[in-house]
Design a protein around this ligand. Sequence first.
Ligand code: COA
Length: 260
Amino acid sequence: MSYNNILSEENNGITTITINRPKKLNALNRETIQELHEAFNHADSDADTKVIIVTGSGEKAFVAGADISEFSDFDVSKGTQLAAKGQELLFNFVENLSTPVIAAVNGFALGGGLELAMAAHFRVASDNAKLGLPEVSLGVIPGYGGTQRLPQLVGKGRAMEMIMTAGMIDANKALSYGLVNHVTTQDELLPLCEKIAAKISRNSTVAISAAIRAINANFKDGVDGFSVEVQEFGNCFGTDDFEEGTTAFLQKRKADFPGK
Ligand code: COA
């Protein structure tokens, strides 16, 4: 598949999706959002891909936000549509993907950039990363899930302060907030993400997908996460991966899971 604004490459079970508009600090325009949707969808249905890493090209930015030049003349209806469509195509889509998604935050992650990183299943940052939701400085609020996912990750008070001040936090503060799981140098960022991805890849992809659904259920209104867990746990007992995992353990060998 070929794209204008992103790169996507599969290697050793890991698909790396790189947002590739470095001159615009990888800002998310409509076409990029559509291409990301297609690339995530493709990687998710690709039997070889066990983990997806999403990152930005260049040394400066992961993603500096939604492309401001595209929506500066929008009215209420177009603004509402922009958020709804973006959430459906990319942000909610990524969060609910069956394949684990790691965001490798390699620089500015602002607005839609931080929202994309937060939609990923977890985040690793380089030490030059700056994270923030500056939307109120533009007269809008975060519209790609930021008002919901930031408080889930860092707590309500910290999210309120970050959103109200429109300020940026550095990588170490993000680490202390629990917004990112690890901080490393820019050179080591992708190797570290790949190392974590390799560790994930050794486990059952089927069970990991079930775990993603159960964990996400904790954050869905009107859904009883404990019931979802019971259901997903039970369903595992009908899978080939469960048979292989338990048999391998009892035979004192490494499991060789059938895969997706
Ligand atoms: N949308 C559209 N274009 C963007 C962008 C965005 N969110 N973020 C950066 N760019 C563009 C700039 O307009 C500039 O383009 P130009 O060279 O054609 O003028 C280019 O990317 C480089 O950005 P620049 O501002 O010159 O880099 P900087 O190092 O001086 O500043 C930032 C970096 C991230 C602090 C600054 O670009 C910024 O504040 N961006 C907007 C962040 C934001 O508000 N995001 C939320 C959007 S809802």
